[in-house]
Write a protein that binds this ligand. Structure first.
Ligand code: GTP
Length: 241
């Protein structure tokens, strides 16, 4: 395999993608495929930190839109990310990838607490570190958790694996002539309200100079391409050149 472009990567996985053909929950075949793709890139020696969403189990905003207290619903969403983190840990360890799950909320009986310096040591020792529990605060998304942890551990990039193949100027499902960006600046994302990540996450990345690559994980080989720095999907960064 060609050399990786990055030394330390923050990989953001959507919880929703774990659903597969089901209506909710975790489809074993899907999480096993994710684990294999992570193993393939991990074998190249790159350090991998991971944040996984919880949308396949419970999404705080959706709960709030149905009348739940927002903070309460967000705490439920955080617990969902712990479940997904443990599921991913199980799938990775089943194929021999050493992992540590670190949670932003205290659930010490089932995973480690988040301690920044310890997370970095785990990465240096070649363990895949799964950050669970979001930022530990309501009103923040798991994209913001990925941006925050990426800044803290000084990741070279955030690779956001999704089911779409990048960022469009408008909804491609509604507009045939929607244009996909190869690159776009943080400012453009914020000013045009492009659906990449929420504004808090984008601002954190902008302030800390962390590029974001959005790519389609359903396309075979894309995980490897993203880690090698091939131009796939959309790259969000400071200035067009
Ligand atoms: P080194 O210090 O590099 O050896 O890291 P390590 O993670 O192997 O050492 P440690 O002795 O801290 O952890 C051993 C195992 O216990 C690992 O699987 C950790 O994930 C787990 N572990 C450590 N702290 C906690 C905790 O607070 N809660 C839970 N549930 N597990 C923990």
């Amino acid at each position: 395999m060609a050399k990786n472009r990055y030394d330390r990567v923050m990989l953001k996985l959507s919880g929703e993608m774990l659903v597969g053909e089901q209506s909710m929950g975790i489809q074993p075949a899907v999480i096993a495929r994710f684990a294999q793709e992570i193993q393939e890139v991990h074998n190249t020696g790159v350090q991998i930190a991971l944040v996984i969403g919880g949308g396949n189990i419970f999404r705080g905003l959706a709960g709030a839109s149905r009348g739940m207290d927002r903070a309460h619903a967000d705490y439920m969403g955080m617990l969902a990310t712990v479940i997904n983190g443990l599921a991913l840990q199980d799938a990775l360890e089943a194929i021999g990838v050493h992992t540590r799950v670190m949670s932003a909320i205290s659930v010490n009986e089932i995973c480690e607490p988040y301690i920044r310096r310890r997370a970095i040591r785990h990465l240096e020792k070649g363990r895949v570190v799964i950050f669970a529990g979001g930022t530990g605060n309501p009103y923040f998304t798991t994209d913001t958790a990925a941006a925050l942890r990426a800044a803290e551990i000084q990741a070279d990039v955030i690779l956001k694996a999704t089911k779409v193949d990048g960022v469009y100027d408008r909804d491609p499902a509604l507009h045939d002539d929607a244009k996909r960006f190869d690159t776009v600046t943080y400012m453009e994302v914020l000013q045009r309200g492009l659906k990449v990540m929420d504004a808090t996450a984008i601002s954190l990345c902008m302030d800390n100079g962390i590029p974001i690559v959005i790519f389609n994980l359903n396309e075979p080989g894309n995980m490897r391409r993203a880690f090698q720095g091939e131009e796939i999907g959309t790259r969000v960064y400071a200035a067009q050149n």
